[in-house]
Ligand binder design. Structure first.
Ligand SMILES: *Cc1c(COP(=O)(O)O)cnc(C)c1O
Length: 488
């Protein structure tokens, strides 16, 4: 299996060559040259497999430059009951016949991003061990990505994480998930500013090609193909858990932001998984809903992006959306390039009335948008009717999913976080705090390690250089040990 760019400007590459890369050199996203087809007989045979074995069947079709034994080992180390709280890894819960929730949020940071990020950590470690190189991951987070990345990379030899977050703007729970980590390869940088300031710093550092190469700067953002690939697995797992025969079709409702999660569903469907509908649920930031309803893709300015009570879906543009348009266009890279010429300049495109829009029906997408009132009402109703407590993002998915539910077609709603991460909304809906899973009782009172810096990319660069030079794998960096409980 080789990988090409959605914009046609990258010679075909192996999996290991795109694993550590961000955007393709032409600004596009890496995609497999073709989707491996899964036959009905194979799908039937997979019904009995546990999660790591199922993951091997799927992932190995996209990866041919890691030995089968190594890949099996990596998957077995990643998807353990220890890390994900059950052997099922992604347990299916049934609300009523034909209506299910796929529990994707039982990993270390209680959000679905762990499923991909935990694998990424082990794949990175494996790749770096082969070359003997090290990697400095620079990221920006407004909530779920930072904790997930840090918990996946903590203690991994050869990898450091420099995570920027807007000082005092994340929930106390999310902040503590990152700042309480003690591993010497994790560096928390609280920026005096907002999330966009953090993202601008990451962009500025990444655009300094000399610095980026000299200091081996990498990212773990949602355009990473391996993250999408890891997510394909649970669509198969969810399908198999919700059906007894391959003659059945299933629809999935997906709380969406950057289009990574639902893109994995699209890949599973292209491989032949009997998915009827992929239901894209957005919050008030409805860029994707607008596209699937009207054909117009109009990324928003950051000033138009509103802060909502499902904050992990507060996006202005959907980074992975280009992957779907690549397939929709019949892999016409010239067309993708032309469409994104407008998008990259802050513009939009409209496919309505074009031949592409007529092909949409083949891909099974439908969509809807939720809002604060609907989210709170859904949390309340789901609790009252089924005794199930769901988080605000999952509530958006369930709300929109139910609007598209069809008689006789099982609906699987993806749970993208646990309610404890967003307790304000739970209190608003139910008048009480959500329960905490074991092990998280005192999270916010643990000692914290971080530094506070101005929104200045040169200062961040200097910090990285200083820490990398001073790093002695095994002893905590001196600078941070003095910053316990500083001024967040
Ligand atoms: C990241 C995230 C999403 C959005 O997922 P995408 O892959 O960006 O579409 C939804 N819910 C939660 C809780 C998240 O952390």
């Amino acid at each position: 299996m080789r990988y090409i760019s959605t914009r046609g400007g990258m010679p075909p590459k192996k999996f290991s060559q795109i694993l550590l890369a961000g955007l393709a050199p032409d600004g596009g996203l890496a995609m497999p040259e073709a989707y491996p087809a899964v036959t009905a007989a194979e799908l039937e045979a997979w019904r009995g497999l546990d999660y790591p074995a199922l993951a091997f069947e799927i992932v190995s079709r996209f990866v041919d430059d890691i030995s089968a034994a190594d890949l099996r080992g990596i998957l077995a180390r990643t998807y353990t009951a220890g890390a994900f709280r059950s052997d099922e890894i992604t347990p299916l819960r049934t609300l009523e016949p034909g209506l299910h929730i796929l529990g994707l949020s039982n990993g270390p940071t209680l959000a679905f991003k762990d499923i991909a990020m935990q694998l990424l950590g082990n794949l990175f470690e494996h790749a770096l061990a082969r070359t003997g190189e090290d990697l400095n991951i620079l990221g920006a987070t407004s909530g779920d990505t930072g904790p997930s990345a840090e918990h996946a990379m903590r203690g991994k030899r050869g990898i450091r994480v420099f995570m920027l977050s807007p000082q005092g703007k994340m929930s106390r729970f999310q902040t503590a998930q990152m700042f309480s980590l003690k591993e010497p390869n994790i560096f928390n940088i609280a920026i005096r500013g907002v999330f966009d300031d953090c993202q601008d710093i990451v962009k500025a550092v990444s655009n300094d090609i000399t610095f980026k190469q000299r200091h081996r700067i990498g990212t773990v953002n949602s355009i990473n193909w391996a993250r999408i690939l890891a997510q394909v697995v649970y669509y198969f797992k969810g399908y198999l858990a919700a059906t007894t025969s391959n003659a059945e079709q299933v629809s999935f409702a997906v709380p969406s932001g950057n289009f990574g999660n639902v893109c994995a569903g699209h890949v599973a469907r292209m491989m032949g998984l009997p998915i009827r509908r992929l239901i894209v649920a957005t919050n008030e930031n409805d860029v994707l809903d607008e596209f699937f309803r009207t054909g117009c893709y109009r990324p928003r300015a950051t000033t138009e992006t509103v802060h909502t009570s499902s904050p992990s879906m507060d996006i202005s543009k959907a980074s992975n959306f280009e992957r779907f348009i690549f397939d929709l266009s019949g892999r016409d890279t010239a067309r993708v390039k032309e469409l994104w010429r407008a998008v990259d300049k802050g513009g939009a495109f409209d496919l309505s009335g074009t031949p592409l829009w007529e092909r949409m029906a083949d891909f099974g997408f439908v969509s809807g948008a939720s809002n604060h009132a609907a989210r709170i009402a859904t949390i309340r109703e789901t609790w009252a009717r089924y005794g199930e407590l769901i988080d605000p993002h999952t509530a958006d998915g369930l709300k929109v999913g139910q609007a598209h539910r069809e008689e006789g077609v099982p609906l699987v709603c993806l749970e993208t976080a646990l309610p404890v991460k967003f307790s304000d909304s739970i209190v608003e809906a139910l008048g009480r705090e959500p329960e905490r899973p074991a092990g998280y009782e005192n999270l916010e009172s643990l000692p914290q390690r971080y530094v506070v810096m101005n929104a200045d990319s040169d200062a961040v660069k200097a910090f990285i250089v200083e820490q990398v030079a001073g790093q002695d794998w095994g002893t905590p960096p001196a600078l941070l040990s003095g910053a316990y409980g500083a001024d967040v």
